[in-house]
Design a protein around this ligand. Structure first.
Ligand code: SAH
Ligand code: SF4
Length: 384
């Protein structure tokens, strides 16, 4: 088995090159070929000595997980399903907007947290993704999009770790991938434009603040412990007071001066005016004015959840209570609804873990794949 170079951040690649008897600057060249130019073949790396290319051919490879399917929404959102082996698939979603292109990346196959309103949570946990599988999603998407849009400049300006999985329960590979995203020789993304979303792994929030402080989003979903214990079972390990304090500590290192809280609006469960008042009290009692923003997410229903989306008027009334209390509140637009690319719907197709179920799921998605080359007009290029 040769080494997959997508597994390394720049320091790791330098160590790898040293083991081959090469200087560090060679690692920088190699890293730029991989991440800035999207090269997968060593022979394409024309400014590397032939002898080094030969060594690399026998010791290394560059490979993202294979794509199982690609769906393009009428709003330009693209969803890819990647095969990570053992019958597991993960999903990655590209969301084009006028002035940015956001990639929603997965960190695990399945998820062990088991939130009631999340389709990934209902699937259970399969395994952690490797750094190559995490950064491979960005590597593939960025270079695929550049090629198919015929552009040389960066297409993906923002990354959110909001796909499948709890990023802070796969800490080291996630941090390694974040470093590649931020590295000027890699994707050169600003810390403010890379967001880790977590259900509240308090110890790892602290560690992230030390190791690689990027923008932080915390999935809150309830204003008190009793309700949050039920919706987000990790709350039983890290209750709200501890979580709020960890958020305050993170602010000292965060690239933005606020934390974003995500709150999925569930009909009759967490969406009453009393819940909104309780949320105001919780947030106000744990920080100064402006320390957080709230993002209300319309629930994306899936059959076995037994939950329903709050009506628009309820969401508006909820938002008003928060805004009247001075808390900046936004309501998230849903994107890619027609291709099940919205939050919490990811990889619903591979729920059935039997061999037959997996085959059917794959066939079903295959049959839906539009041929990208015939539909580039459905893509809106960010910034145009
Ligand atoms: N595990 C991390 C990141 C992945 S989930 C976390 O929980 O934060 C990304 C976001 O989607 C989270 O805010 C999550 O609460 C939300 N989400 C999950 N299922 C959803 C659903 N069915 N409808 C709307 N949002 C959902
Ligand atoms: Fe896991 Fe996040 Fe889904 Fe909860 S919402 S089950 S933490 S992916």
């Amino acid at each position: 088995m040769t080494a997959n170079l997508l597994d390394y951040d720049l320091d790791g690649l330098a160590a790898f090159c040293e083991r081959l008897g090469e200087k560090r600057f060679r690692a920088t060249q190699l890293f730029r070929w991989i991440h800035q130019k999207g090269a997968a073949q060593f022979d394409d790396m024309t400014d590397l000595a032939k002898s080094l290319r030969e060594k690399l051919k026998t010791t290394a490879h560059i490979q993202a997980p294979p794509v199982i399917s690609q769906h393009i929404s009428t709003d330009g959102t693209i969803k890819w399903l990647f095969d990570v082996g053992g019958g597991n698939a993960i999903e990655t979603v590209f969301i084009p907007e006028d002035y940015r292109g956001t990639l929603c990346v997965s960190s695990q196959a399945g998820c062990a947290v088991g939130c009631r309103f999340c389709s990934t949570g209902h699937q259970g946990f399969s395994r952690n993704l490797t750094a190559a599988e995490i950064i491979g999603q960005l590597w593939f998407a960025e270079h695929f999009l550049r090629k198919h849009l015929g552009v040389d400049e960066r297409v993906i300006s923002n990354v959110v770790m909001m796909g499948m999985g709890e990023p802070l329960q796969n800490y080291l590979p996630v941090v390694q991938s974040l470093r590649v995203m931020l590295d000027d020789h890699g994707y050169g993304l600003s810390r403010r434009r890379v967001t880790v979303s977590t259900s509240g792994v308090v110890l790892k929030i602290d560690r992230l603040g030390q190791d690689c402080p990027v923008a932080l989003a915390v999935s809150l979903h309830a204003p008190n412990d009793a309700l949050r214990d039920n919706l987000v079972p990790l709350n039983r390990t890290y209750p709200l007071d501890e979580l709020m304090q960890a958020c305050q500590r993170y602010l000292q290192f965060a690239p933005r001066d606020f934390i974003t809280f995500e709150y999925c609006m569930l009909d009759g469960v967490n969406d009453t005016p009393a819940h909104a008042e309780e949320l105001v009290q919780l947030l106000k009692s744990h920080g100064k004015q402006g320390w957080c923003k709230l993002n209300l997410i319309p629930f994306n229903p899936f059959p076995v959840s037994g939950l329903k989306r709050s009506s628009h008027s309820v969401v508006v009334a909820f938002a008003k209570v928060l805004m009247d209390a001075g808390i900046i509140t936004t309501v998230r637009k849903t994107r890619g609804d027609d291709i099940d690319a919205a939050c919490g719907q990811l990889a619903g197709d591979v729920q059935d873990r039997t061999a037959v179920g997996k085959r059917i799921a794959k066939q079903r998605t295959f049959s839906l794949v539009p041929v990208f080359d015939t539909q580039p007009q459905t893509l809106k290029v960010p910034g145009t």
